[in-house]
Design a protein around this ligand. Structure first.
Ligand SMILES: *Cc1c(COP(=O)(O)O)cnc(C)c1O
Length: 221
């Protein structure tokens, strides 16, 4: 299977999941997760019509960005170390993983210096697994109040990762994130769903899915 074929299949599955839930498939944005994929691999997904790519390491992203067309919409989906903030600029379209005030302050300082704004999602650890980054759901609203005065940081939604494996755990996590986002004003973006669980995420209201293996290495899961 080629990347283009995998991508077509992923798009069909997203659309089918959206229709099952009575949602408009065109409202679900796909971010192709290109971590570990070389520039040629990224080119093949751009050629197949992808505009948005997600990376989880700043260094890897910077190296790849320099080899690829300027029009790619880059998403940073992994934990951002404070010492990497100085490399960020507005070629990062959305940072999915704001999970602490220190990082919000560092981003604010960096982007004020650039005279720009940075769009971010707050990462929420809904399942409470120790291995996962993110705020607990009850911390999100107090956190947003602390971030609000940081004028260069624009929070536009929430992101989560579901527990791995089969079962209903993922659905419960996605549903809880959606319910949380509905209670908070201006949380328009809901980033949830990866290769193993994106259909459930779309059924539960995701409008941005982050998919790597199902595009670049199906069968490896
Ligand atoms: C790797 C990664 C993904 C994509 O995972 P796949 O299982 O390859 O689809 C999505 N989100 C984050 C935060 C990731 O690190």
């Amino acid at each position: 299977m080629t990347v283009a074929e995998n991508l077509a299949r992923v798009r069909e599955r997203i659309a089918a999941a959206a229709r099952r839930a009575g949602r408009d498939p065109s409202l679900v944005r796909l971010v192709a997760v290109t971590k570990g994929v070389d520039a040629d691999g990224v080119q093949s997904c751009l050629a197949a019509g992808v505009h948005s790519c997600g990376e989880n390491r700043v260094q890897e992203w910077l190296a790849k960005r320099s080899l690829l067309p300027a029009g790619v919409e880059w998403h940073l989906i992994g934990t951002v170390q404070l010492n990497k903030v100085k490399y960020l600029d507005d070629t990062a379209c959305l940072i999915h993983s704001l999970d602490r005030l220190e990082l919000a302050r560092a981003l604010d300082g960096r982007f004020r210096k650039l005279g720009r704004e940075v769009r971010v999602l707050v990462q929420v650890n809904v399942s409470g697994e120790k291995s996962k980054h993110g705020l607990s759901p009850s911390e999100v609203e107090p956190f947003l109040r602390e971030v609000a005065p940081l004028t260069a940081v624009k929070v536009e939604g929430l992101m989560t990762m579901a527990p791995a494996g089969p079962g209903t755990a993922a659905r419960q996590v996605f549903r809880a994130l959606r319910e949380l986002s509905c209670r908070i004003p201006e949380m328009a973006t809901l980033s949830m769903g990866m290769s193993d669980d994106f259909e459930v995420a779309v059924e539960e209201g995701a409008n941005l899915v982050r998919i790597g293996r199902a595009i670049f290495a199906p069968g490896s899961s």
